[in-house]
Ligand binder design. Structure first.
Ligand code: AQP
Length: 333
């Protein structure tokens, strides 16, 4: 059966981008009987930038809670955190020796995050795509649902698999497909429509957090940047209006329809009408999820037990694949 793997970094509170671009679609894939689904809190990726230890623990549980509260069912999917399965780090090292420095140099996310001053960034941030390839290929995952921002890293995963297979003359690692669908595949920053909405962006006003309360959500949408023109009546009218497009895409993502449907209802209206409707919709969709997240965060033992059990199931799949990888490479173990 096709196997799905995806992960979220516990590098801060989760955003609406993570929810619409990742978690919501993971639930859909879980419910599709064609797939076996593995979802991971990728804590080892989080420490590519500084994480206060207490924050890392909290964020790890928050990501797990968000997945569970959104409908990830640990009896249907494997849900665990990466640090509990050492095979990720082991295969990550082996893949660091397969990947080429030139490939890493082309990763736009690294360039965005590191800026010009690479003296100050960790080696891990640079090597992160090799660990991500290991996360996926440790399970021979065939499909990776991700936001558009991660497409380049999934392509790199294929390059690593192909080079490994070629160099060792085997047909061992599969060619993983990125699965990028839906209107909200890229949720943008509320203050700057050219940047994506990120957990670790500078200002809290630029993102909606999954745990934001109703008033905060309303305030953030009200202050979201837009141009002064009214909403267009068709999607053609969204060209060169990134902030307008973003808010309409968010509405479409939350209400599970297309931008064209949203414009059929709101085309010609002003932002004064649309923004409160958007805030109301976001609150309606997020409130039950955040209430359940809070309940789970008050029961860390329950969360930890679920992640531990998930890690045991993940290890059962990973171990034979990792052993075979060592064997193919000629390690004496
Ligand atoms: N803005 C977004 N729109 C759509 N999808 C998004 N994802 C993240 N932001 C958006 C998707 O969420 C999944 C998990 O991402 P991640 O948390 O592992 O890493 P990230 O993409 O680096 O997320 P952030 O929020 O930007 O974290 P920081 O600020 O810490 O780097 C992925 O599937 C991603 O596509």
């Amino acid at each position: 059966t096709p196997r799905v793997f995806s992960g979220i970094k516990p590098s801060g509170g989760l955003t609406l981008g993570n929810y619409l671009g990742a978690i919501k679609r993971w639930v859909e894939m879980q419910e599709d009987p064609t797939y076996e689904t593995i979802y991971c809190v990728v804590d080892m990726h989080a420490v590519t930038v500084w994480q206060d230890p207490a924050d890392l623990s909290r964020a790890t549980r928050e990501v797990a809670a968000a997945m569970l509260a959104s409908g990830i069912d640990p009896t249907k999917s494997i849900l665990f955190n990466q640090a509990r399965v050492p095979g990720h780090a082991e295969l990550g090292w082996l893949f660091s020796c397969v990947a080429r420095v030139g490939w890493m140099n082309r990763m736009t996310q690294f360039k965005d995050k590191a800026g010009k001053n690479t003296e100050k960034v960790s080696l891990g941030l640079y090597a992160y795509p090799a660990l991500m390839a290991a996360d996926i290929l440790l399970y021979h995952a065939t499909h990776v649902p991700v936001g558009e921002d991660q497409k380049q890293h999934v392509e790199l995963t294929r390059d690593i698999a192909a080079k490994f297979n070629h160099d060792y003359g085997v047909d061992f690692f599969p060619m993983t497909e990125p699965v990028i669908e839906g209107p909200a595949m890229r949720v943008m920053n509320l203050r700057d429509g050219s940047k994506k909405m990120s957990k670790s962006g500078e200002s809290d006003m630029e993102r909606i957090n999954m745990l934001d309360d109703a008033d905060t959500i309303a305030k953030k949408f009200k202050k979201a940047r837009t141009d002064p023109a009214a909403l267009p009546t068709d999607i053609e009218g969204l060209k060169d209006r990134p902030e307008a497009k973003n808010l309409i895409d968010i509405y479409a993502g939350l209400s599970e329809c297309d931008a064209a449907d949203v414009l059929r209802d709101f085309g010609g209206e002003g932002w004064g009408k649309f923004k409160p409707a958007l805030a109301e919709l976001a609150v309606e969709k997020l409130a039950p999820v955040s209430a359940e997240m809070k309940r789970l965060l008050d029961a860390p033992d329950e969360l930890d037990a679920i992640m531990k059990q998930g890690a045991e199931r993940a290890s059962e799949i990973a171990e034979p694949i990792l052993s075979r990888t060592f064997e193919i490479m000629g390690f004496v173990r």
